[in-house]
Design a binder for this molecule. Structure first.
Ligand code: PGA
Length: 249
């Protein structure tokens, strides 16, 4: 993915009808640019509607918010990596904090999801980040690095090079509290160092996104911070005007 990467995570918002309307409104505002990657991650049920609404706009990638950790089978309600790819996804979020903390997703499950997504040729965006309690206990780096190593554990060096990482401190997600650009940059630098150790010099090109209460006011300063290679945006990506301002930062 060409950086910076601007990824919208709609979470459980915008069903097929609203998603189509969103894409029309966003495309009317957003001018395609060669210097960045824009990703839309709708709910699974809206993925085909978004793909159809995007038409031939290849500059905007479709992403899945989640996939299941098994390739297929009797897993009622789940979406496989192959199905997400068939619906047009090129990217998949893995290990989002809501998957970890609301649905109890383990590091092992994130590793399987990253491996399945990579094998399918999708780009996993592996999400890592500490809770407020862990931050206050001085465990920010330790937690993020543990989640990073665990999530990438089953990947070959080449596969690691085709992943992206999102640092999303849990205390900043949906709370209106954003990490300062300097705070985000400090953790991103630690993540970059680990990626270089895991996958060699090519890891300098891996996109590391920041997420957590990003909005049109703070986007530019965050994306200008050292090592911040893009933004993963929840709430502020639900309005076409605001998302256009962020994606055009
Ligand atoms: P937020 O969510 O922008 O609403 O804080 C970010 C995310 O959860 O990816």
């Amino acid at each position: 993915m060409k950086g910076p990467v601007f990824a919208a995570n709609w979470k459980m918002h915008l069903g097929p009808t609203e998603a189509r309307a969103f894409v029309a409104a966003f495309l009317a505002r957003y001018t395609p640019r060669e210097d960045r990657t824009v990703v839309l991650c709708p709910p699974a049920i809206s993925m085909s509607a978004v793909r159809d609404a995007l038409g031939d706009r290849r500059d905007i990638l479709l992403g899945a918010q989640n996939v299941y950790s098994e390739p297929k089978g009797a897993f009622t309600g789940e979406t496989s990596v192959a199905m997400a790819a068939d619906a047009g996804a090129r990217v998949v979020l893995v290990g989002h904090s809501e998957r970890r903390h609301v649905f109890g997703e383990t590091d092992e499950a994130t590793a399987r999801k990253c491996a399945l997504a990579s094998a399918q040729g999708l780009v996993p965006i592996l999400c890592v980040g500490e809770t407020l309690e862990q931050r206050e206990a001085g465990e920010t780096e330790q937690v993020s690095l543990r989640q990073l190593r665990a999530g990438l554990a089953s990947l070959s060096r080449e596969q690691v090079l085709s992943c992206a990482i999102a640092y999303e401190p849990v205390w900043a997600i949906g709370t209106g509290r954003t990490a300062t650009p300097a705070d985000a940059a400090a953790v991103h630098t630690v993540i970059r160092r680990e990626l270089l150790a895991l996958a060699g010099p090519g890891a300098a090109g891996i996109s590391i996104l920041y997420g957590g209460s990003v909005n049109r006011e703070n986007a530019a300063a965050l994306v200008a911070a050292l090592e911040v290679g893009g933004l993963l945006v929840g709430g502020a990506s639900l309005d076409p005007e605001s998302w256009n301002a962020i994606a055009s930062t």
